[in-house]
Unconditional design. Structure first.
Length: 256
């Protein structure tokens, strides 16, 4: 019988809430670059170190999908669905808080400063997929690889991956790499924002980009992770395998 990981669900809610709150706050008051990017990357890093040992510190449906497809019973399909639902609820709650504080929130828009950009939706999907692949690969290799079990740099690696992605692609795809981040604010603005039909449409118009791109990237990262470990078993002798030694960390039934 599969048990629901209630401690993990609460942790995922807190971490996703904090992440979306940070993003929404910096975007709503127009903090200059690189302030928003640093806030996002550092918030994610802090929440991963804080809750990673309980839930795995996903805070992102694409990461949850990648961990599920990685295999190894790190998370069950039922808990994966529960994680996704809680991540969306947390995003909605955080977006409502941001709206209450600043009378607005944010919705990512591809090539917002280049309205005449050709094929911008396709380009944005490609960017979101590629960098989410990088992000989920970082999660799997530093957080879920037996060879690096017990390391202390996993949170920093993941946080800085998001930071680099935000700095590199913020002006193109919107640098979301997380379906939950796009969903909550988009729904809140559609409910409480400008009620004109054009505005309601624009709030959710591009949301599919931030689901399709990251989920494809997360699934691809899991596939490549499994392929690399299969190739390592097939072609590397035990003596050829690089073993990275760390001090063991007792983290219970969580990520490591």
């Amino acid at each position: 019988m599969v048990q629901i990981d209630f401690a993990g669900l609460v942790t995922e809610f807190i971490g996703t809430f904090a992440l979306v709150l940070s993003i929404g706050s910096t975007q709503s008051i127009s903090v200059p670059v690189p302030g928003p990017q640093l806030a996002i990357g550092l918030t994610l890093m802090v929440m991963i170190y804080s809750g990673g040992y309980i839930s795995g510190g996903h805070y992102n449906p694409a990461v949850t999908l990648g961990v599920l497809l990685r295999g190894g019973k790190k998370i069950s399909p039922i808990n994966s669905v529960c994680y996704l639902v809680v991540q969306i609820i947390a995003s909605l709650c955080a977006a409502w808080v941001v709206f209450g504080l600043f009378d607005t929130t944010f919705t990512p828009t591809p090539y917002a400063s280049k309205t005449d950009e050709k094929h911008k939706e396709l380009k944005a999907v490609l960017i979101e997929a590629l960098w989410t692949f990088v992000l989920v690969s970082a999660v799997l290799h530093t957080g879920y690889s037996e060879e690096q079990q017990g390391n202390y740099f996993f949170g920093m690696t993941i946080g800085f991956t998001v930071l680099v992605g935000a700095l590199s692609f913020g002006n193109s795809s919107g640098a979301v790499f997380n379906p939950a981040v796009a969903t909550g604010p988009g729904i809140v603005l559609s409910i409480h924002g400008n009620r004109t039909q054009d505005q309601l449409t624009s709030n959710v118009k591009y949301m599919w980009i931030y689901w399709v791109g990251p989920l494809v990237g997360g699934a691809l990262a899991a596939g490549v992770y499994r392929l690399l470990h299969l190739l390592k078993k097939m072609f590397l002798n035990e003596d050829d395998t690089v073993q990275v030694q760390f001090n063991p960390v007792d983290t219970g039934s969580g990520l490591f």
